[in-house]
Design a protein around this ligand. Structure first.
Ligand code: COA
Length: 535
């Protein structure tokens, strides 16, 4: 491996301009994150605390091993939707270490509309369970929720990936040997009652936790019986009579200590072995990334300069450096973990696809996780390239990405457009984790291109009828498409809808990736395999 030579001049006008541009992006990002992490409105937080309860993130802080980081996921779910009444979609999810073991933690935030579930809450919960499944992790559910957000029932109740999927996933996780522990720290009603009931062990907090399929108002309406929540399904009932819960806790802190104690009883499991080295800081300062990322997305950001600020000692063993140079491939270490990096350096050609496919095979057989650094406008279009079999070779890369037998991690650093998104392990290709940088963009094509395409289609339609298109009408089509793409291409639009696992700052990327890779080692990598490659 060699140390990547950097050609960046931090005093150049271009660097300073880029840095200023990204500083504004980061300021906005930090402001949004800060607001969202406050949770629900002040009055709801006060009510919550007055009951002697801890907030969702405080519960998680106490649960994980002291001094260890928590990799929070999808913090901006539901951002910009529902009049921003569902910060974080009312749920906190992420990965933390409990008694030395990585675990998936899912905690309702009861300060957000009583911890009820809108579509994004469910997607976030289900996504977290998928991560637990893909990485063979134990799950902890910190339950404090009024169940489905009733006005939106049609959006959250009946479909395959709606509320019921949570319980389907619990059964699947259980059958795969992933331990699941529930802490009932508040309401747990209707279908939500299955969360503790389907867990391996359940802890319930005195005078706070309740579990019932139908709450007191429903019972009264259905049968006329009048019953208090505590008598219907409180801690006393469930730990002495019904057997729905296993441990009685005096308060939140006690419940958390019981959960930690349960983790002490879990036995070690076989992990994937990797040649993990001592972590070294990059030779070049990651803070410089903001001056390197091009403010003008039409200009290519140099992937070598990015890689040099992500890898240990900025070292890189490049593969096929002289061939198909719009795709950069090579091996490196990030905080001690070996990775194979695939990074864009321009549009994809047939030969870039072949190079990427070959490199993925190397990673599969060497058992090295793959990091995709996505900054891609798409594949090269035009007669010469299509006639030479662009789709045939592109398909090989898409095959290889889909069937990679090692964990994949995707970071969208710049643009993510069209088929390039697929070939570079976009969401549909099941990367173990997918993060976006706050200056990134994602859409089927650039807004400008989409506007041109649709205006051209319109003009062709009109001309086919023997008339001439009205230039004003064409301009109006372009303007409305541009506006739509501007909004929908934003990483905040993406993160709000769970198309990614979160927006992370470029300077945090090494730490986030290290946690993600460490998490993936809980499941042994599969054997290399592939489908039929069109030759
Ligand atoms: N659907 C929609 N909104 C709900 C809701 C639900 N299931 N449960 C609570 N909310 C809303 C409340 O209307 C209130 O909204 P507001 O802040 O705009 O006024 C907010 O969530 C907080 O509810 P509140 O009752 O004030 O809080 P609480 O902490 O005292 O009680 C619950 C929380 C969840 C225990 C209680 O609201 C409750 O029992 N809800 C009904 C639960 C239920 O029957 N669910 C069935 C789902 S299938």
């Amino acid at each position: 491996m060699y140390t990547i030579p950097s050609h960046v001049n931090p005093d150049s006008p271009e660097f300073l301009e880029n840095k200023k541009h990204y500083a504004a992006i980061l300021e906005k990002h930090r402001d949004i994150m800060h607001r969202v992490m406050q949770g629900g409105p002040e009055h709801a937080t006060e009510k919550h605390r007055a009951r002697g309860k801890l907030l969702a993130r405080e519960r998680i802080d106490l649960l994980i091993d002291p001094g260890t980081p928590f990799l929070e996921l999808s913090t901006l779910a539901a951002y910009g939707q529902y009049d921003d009444n569902f910060p974080g979609a009312g749920i906190v999810t992420g990965i933390g270490v409990i008694h030395g073991r990585e675990a998936l933690i899912i905690a309702n935030d009861a300060t957000v509309k009583g911890g009820t579930y809108v579509k994004e809450t469910i997607r976030k919960h289900v996504r977290a369970q998928e991560i637990a499944m893909q990485n063979n992790l134990p799950c902890v559910y910190m339950v404090d929720s009024g169940g489905v957000f009733l006005p939106n029932q049609a959006e959250v109740f009946p479909d395959r990936d709606d509320f019921g999927r949570i319980f389907f996933n619990q059964a699947q996780l259980s059958a795969r040997g992933c331990p699941q522990i529930a802490l009932v720290m508040g309401s747990c009603t209707a279908g939500g009652a299955y969360i503790p009931a389907m867990s391996d062990e359940t802890i319930i907090v005195k005078n706070q936790g309740t579990i019932f399929i139908g709450g007191p108002p429903l019972v009264k309406a259905a049968t006329g019986e009048v019953v208090t929540p505590e008598d219907l399904g409180g801690a006393e009932v469930h730990t002495t009579r019904s057997g729905v819960a296993d441990h009685f806790a005096e308060n939140d802190q006690h419940a958390i200590s019981i959960c930690r104690s349960i983790f002490e009883t879990l036995q070690p499991h076989g992990k994937q072995q990797l040649d993990i080295r001592t972590s070294e800081e990059p030779h070049y300062d990651p803070q410089e990334l903001t001056g390197i990322l091009q403010a003008d997305q039409k200009k290519q950001t140099d992937p070598y300069e990015v890689i040099a600020r992500l890898t240990d000692s900025s070292r890189f063993h490049e593969f096929k450096a002289r061939y198909a140079t719009t795709l950069v491939t090579g091996f490196a270490h990030i905080m001690g973990y070996p990775v194979g990096i695939i990074a864009n350096n321009g549009v994809l050609f047939a030969e870039s696809s072949l190079k990427g496919t070959h490199f993925i095979q190397l990673c599969n057989f060497r058992r090295v996780p793959i990091l995709f650094l996505q900054n891609i406008t798409g594949f090269m279009v035009g007669k010469v390239y299509e006639n030479a079999g662009l789709a045939r070779d592109g398909a090989k890369l898409v095959h290889a990405v889909a069937n990679a037998s090692v964990p994949k991690f995707t970071v969208i650093t710049g643009g993510s457009y069209g088929a390039g998104n697929y070939a570079m392990a976009g969401r549909a290709f099941d990367p173990h984790f997918l993060f976006m940088w706050p200056g990134a963009r994602i859409s089927v094509m650039g807004g400008q291109q989409a506007a041109m395409v649709l205006a051209q289609v319109k003009a062709d339609q009109v001309e086919a009828r023997g008339m001439k298109a009205d230039p004003k009408e064409l301009e109006a089509i372009k303007a409305s498409i541009l506006e739509k793409y501007e909004e929908e291409g934003s990483p905040y639009y993406s993160s709000s809808r769970l198309w990614d696992d979160g927006i992370i700052e470029p300077m945090q990327t090494r730490q986030v990736l290290a946690l993600a890779i460490a998490t993936s080692l809980n499941k042994k990598f599969g054997e290399p395999h592939s489908g039929v490659y069109r030759m």
